[in-house]
Design a protein. Structure first.
Lengths: 172, 172
DNA sequence: TTCTTAATTCAGTACATTCTAAATGTATCA
DNA sequence: TGATACATTTAGAATGTACTGAATTAAGAA
């Protein structure tokens, strides 16, 4: 594999990371592990990506929390080695699930708490908007909730959806 | 409508904004317009939310770009007044569409460009991962692309999806 | 136990984003 | 035309986020 292409890949995956809300260092580490056949040590990762060992350590901890990388030990070696979770899709769902839980759910609760009392004393127009917001949030939450319960289901939802939009397209 | 509840709603919608990638001021302005029956002037908005007129101006410009608010003129009045797009769902799709176009699409192009040359000289294991990444990105892009072409379709995809996951849940 | 090597934590720094307020631009009115 | 009333732009301040590197902790080896 060409050195230069590998690094271009790593950088672009870093940018993609920030698109869906994980920071660039995390995504770059992840990309590096994806193109590496063998487990890599923290030291190796930090050196290759020119980031501090401290930062690498924190990112890897976080990536383990997301369920995206795994730590492997080699007998007779004190260093920790890291490998990527082999299934990329599974990984994607893990991230989606985590982000929903950490960011969406808590805010959803608060928004909902305020939405219902607002209905009182609101004009019809405003009430309609609030109702729509409530429905939108409920639908999104419902879909995410049910889709992400497990990876198998998530996958089947995605593939189904993919077929559905293709069919839709032919019709119109 | 209770003053206090309104402001709690505005703040929590602000937080929700940052979850899906629009900044807090923008989301707060948006929330304020949602609970307001009548169009509001820039000055009124800035005063109510305790933000500078400059900031309000920039946020409103951006919200107009997203297709989320609209400017209305009142005859015999020099001020600009703003109203929210009445259909909350439509608005949500507009945001999704814009974010995809601005952020996801450009990165997707770059990642794809690097993915294919990487295949050469990669081990089977790595090649499998790269293939999976490609498939995942393609599927996501495909779904988003097709779903978001127009609001009517987007809505039907969502409602269909919602029914699908409900059925799935009963079965298992 | 102490020595050694590696991982982790964290205070401070660098960088990025968001916001303010003053300056500038624009349209309407007298 | 100049004066007025508003909107917009922008330089720099404030705030927030990510990162570094030194200090600390942990754990295997002697």
């Amino acid at each position: 594999m060409d050195e230069k292409t590998v690094s271009k890949f790593i950088e672009s995956w870093g940018t993609m990371g920030s698109v869906w809300g994980i920071n660039a260092s995390m995504a770059r580490i992840h990309a590096l592990l994806i193109v590496s056949e063998r487990p890599l040590s923290l030291d190796h990762i930090a050196k290759t990506l020119r980031i501090s060992r401290g930062n690498a350590s924190m990112c890897l901890k976080e990536l383990r929390n997301w369920g995206v990388v795994r730590l492997v030990k080699e007998p007779g070696d004190r260093q920790d080695y890291y490998v990527t979770e082999p299934d990329v899709w599974k990984m994607f769902f893990a991230i989606a699930r985590e982000r929903k839980r950490r960011e969406f759910d808590p805010v959803l609760t608060v928004v909902r708490e305020t939405l219902s009392p607002l209905h009182k004393g609101a004009s019809d127009i405003v009430r309609l908007r609030l109702k729509q917001m409530e429905d939108l949030l409920t639908t999104l939450n419902f879909i995410a909730e049910r889709s992400l319960t497990n990876d198998k289901r998530a996958r089947s939802v995605l593939s189904f959806l993919s077929r559905f939009v293709r069919k839709k397209n032919l019709k119109e």
